[in-house]
Design a protein around this ligand. Structure first.
Ligand code: NI
Length: 182
């Protein structure tokens, strides 16, 4: 496996629409997924989408650590690979939360997302993964799927007033845990 270079804001690859994977089990896809997981872990990210490593394929990897402040078990998820992922909201509710992105290092912003979603995709073994997600888990999945359509989190911010450097986050919320980049 190898660490891959992560595209940064401004590179056109981040603005393109990725193509579905036709054979999720081929060796090229498995190698790419392995490299994406290694790259995400190395960068201490919560998620990574294939276009962030210059591969215009509909593949995301992510995890959502358990949050002691959020008892809903659907808000956390183990390391997960999703090929050709899709989702739909389960309720009308949306929440505002902080996001970062490995392609926009050093910055954070508040983004409104669906609070409760159902998603599905093909896992590494070829089986369909289907889950409900809430909280940070729902947020990271929506963030990563946006990458597959060339959408970055600042596009989803209703105002730029919360856009800030990591180091200034304390000015907004004194006791909120720092979030991970997606
Ligand atoms: Ni991102």
């Amino acid at each position: 496996m190898a660490l891959l270079k992560i595209a940064r804001l401004g590179h056109p690859v981040l603005r393109q629409v990725s193509s579905p994977v036709t054979d999720p089990s081929d060796s090229e896809t498995r190698r790419l997924v392995g490299d994406m997981i290694e790259t995400m872990r190395d960068a201490n990210g919560a998620g990574l989408a294939a276009p962030q490593v210059y591969a215009l394929k509909r593949i995301i990897v992510f995890h959502a650590p358990a949050d002691p402040h959020d008892p809903d078990e659907r808000s956390s998820a183990p390391f997960t690979v999703l090929i050709n992922p899709e989702f739909e909201p389960v309720s009308e509710q949306k929440d505002v939360g902080w996001e970062g992105c490995l392609s926009i290092p050093g910055l954070r912003g508040q983004v409104k997302r669906w609070s409760h979603i159902r998603y599905r995709g093909i896992g590494l073994g070829g089986r369909t993964v289907e889950r409900e997600a809430t909280g940070f888990h729902a947020r990271v999945v929506q963030h990563e799927i946006d990458h597959l359509d060339g959408i970055l989190y600042p596009d989803r911010m209703s105002t730029m007033a919360s856009l800030c450097f990591d180091t200034e986050l304390d000015h907004f919320l004194a006791d909120e845990d720092d979030s991970q980049d997606e």
